[in-house]
Design a protein around this ligand. Structure first.
Ligand code: KG4
Ligand code: ZN
Length: 335
C-alpha cells in the first residue's frame, strides 16, 4: 500500500511517500523559519498562507523523486491535530480533496502519534510494549505504549513543554527560534557550572515542570550582565550548558523511573527535543545500567516531518481505519 503523508500542523510543510512493503520511498520538507524570523514566533496566518504555497509543489516533488504518479497512490494521510487550526486546515483540505478526486481513502493522523511512531522508520525498530518519552515544542509526556492506539499517559508537564523551555531560555540568551538546537550548539563551548534545579525529581510521580527553569535562567542571566547590560559569550555558553544539563538530567531521571515502575525494558524518545545529542547520550548511559534499550529516529524525523505522518497513517489504514467523510481538524486533541 502506497501512502502519501502530509504534515502542516505548525511552521513546517512535510510531505512523504511510504510503502507498506518497501518502506519510505521519498520525503521533502520546507521550513518556514525565515518567514516568521522577524516576529519572534510562528504567525498563524502567515503559516497557513505558506502551507498553501508549498503543499502541492512538494507533493509533486516526492512523487517525482520516487518515480511515481498520483495514480499509484493507495491512500493519503494528513495531520488532523493538534496544531494551528488554519495550518492544519490547509493540509487536511488538500489531502481530502486529492483523495476524493483519486477515489482513494484518506486518514487524519494525530501529530503526536506520528512523532511517537517515527522511530519505527529506522532499521532496528522496537517491538511493543515500550515507554515513550514525547518531547516537542508543545508536549512533554511519558506514555506506556502497548500497541498501535493503545496509549496510557503516565506523566506530563504541568506547565511548559521541554521544547518550549529551550525556546524561551534561548530568547533570554539572545538566540533565535527554534532555540533547542541553538542552545545545544552554544552549550558545546560552555561548562555546566551553574547548579540549575532538577524540577520535581525529588518527589514521586512522573509529571514534569519546566517553568521554574525559565525563571532560574532569567535570574542567572540578569546576575551576570555587565554594567552595559551585556552578557559575555563565555557566560552565555555556561548558562546554556547548565540549562541543558538540567533538562536532560530531569528527563533521564523520569525515564529511568518509568522503566523501573513498569518493569518495561524498551524506551523510545520522540519529538523535536529527542534530536538533542546530550539527551541521547544521557539516556544511552542510563539504559545500559538498567539493562534496557533506547530507540530514536534520525534527527530529521525527530522534528516535524511528513514521513512520520505517512507511516502512522499507513499503520492506521492497515488496521482498517479511514476518514468517514467531512473535514475535521482539531487545535487541541488528547492522544
Ligand atoms: O516536534 P517539533 O519539531 O514540533 C512540535 O511538534 O512542537 O519540536 C520542536 C521543538 C522546539 O521547541 C525546538 O526548540 C526543539 O523541538 N528542538 C530541540 C532540538 N531540536 C529541536 N531541543 C533541544 N535540542 C535539539 N537539538
Ligand atoms: Zn511536532
Amino acid at each position: 500500500m502506497l501512502v502519501l503523508g502530509v504534515e502542516s500542523s505548525c511552521d513546517e510543510t512535510g510531505i512523504a511517500l511510504y510503502d507498506s512493503e518497501m518502506g519510505l520511498l521519498s520525503h521533502a520538507l520546507y521550513s518556514q523559519v525565515e518567514v516568521h524570523a522577524d516576529y519572534g514566533g510562528v504567525v498563524p496566518e502567515l503559516a497557513s498562507r505558506d502551507h498553501i504555497r508549498k503543499t502541492l509543489p512538494l507533493i509533486l516533488e516526492v512523487l517525482d523523486k520516487a518515480g511515481k504518479t498520483r495514480k499509484d497512490l493507495d491512500a493519503i494521510a494528513y495531520t488532523a491535530g493538534p496544531g494551528l487550526v488554519g495550518a492544519l486546515m490547509v493540509g487536511a483540505a488538500i489531502a481530502r480533496a486529492l483523495a476524493i478526486a483519486l477515489n482513494i481513502p484518506s486518514i487524519g493522523v494525530h501529530h503526536m502519534e506520528g512523532h511517537l511512531l517515527a522511530p519505527m522508520l529506522e532499521s532496528s525498530p522496537p517491538e511493543f510494549p515500550f515507554i515513550a518519552l514525547l518531547v516537542s515544542g508543545g508536549h512533554t509526556q511519558l506514555v506506556r505504549v502497548e500497541g498501535l492506539g493503545q496509549y496510557t499517559l503516565l506523566g506530563e508537564s504541568l506547565d511548559d513543554a521541554a521544547g518550549e523551555a529551550f525556546d524561551k531560555a534561548a530568547k533570554m540568551l539572545g538566540l533565535d527560534y527554534p532555540g533547542g538546537p541553538r542552545i545545544a550548539k552554544l552549550a558545546e563551548r560552555g561548562s555546566a557550572r551553574f547548579s540549575f534545579p532538577r524540577p520535581m525529581t525529588d518527589r514521586p510521580g512522573l509529571d514534569f515542570s519546566f517553568s521554574g527553569l525559565k525563571t532560574f535562567t532569567l535570574n542567572t542571566v540578569m546576575e551576570h550582565k555587565d554594567e552595559n547590560g551585556q552578557l559575555s559569550e563565555a557566560v552565555a555558553a555556561d548558562i546554556a550548558a547548565s540549562f541543558q544539563a538540567a533538562v536532560v538530567d530531569t528527563l533521564m531521571i523520569k525515564c529511568r523511573r518509568a522503566l523501573r515502575e513498569t518493569g518495561l525494558k524498551r524506551l523510545i524518545i520522540a519529538g523535536g527535543v529527542s534530536a538533542n545529542t546530550e539527551l541521547r547520550q544521557a539516556l544511552e548511559a542510563m539504559v545500559l545500567k538498567e539493562k534496557s534499550n533506547v530507540y530514536y529516529a534520525r534527527p530529521e524525523f525527530c522534528t516535524d516531518n511528513g514521513a512520520m505522518i505517512a507511516y502512522a497513517g499507513c499503520q492506521r489504514l492497515l488496521a482498517g481505519q479511514f476518514d468517514e467523510g467531512g473535514l475535521q481538524v482539531r487545535a487541541r486533541w488528547p492522544m
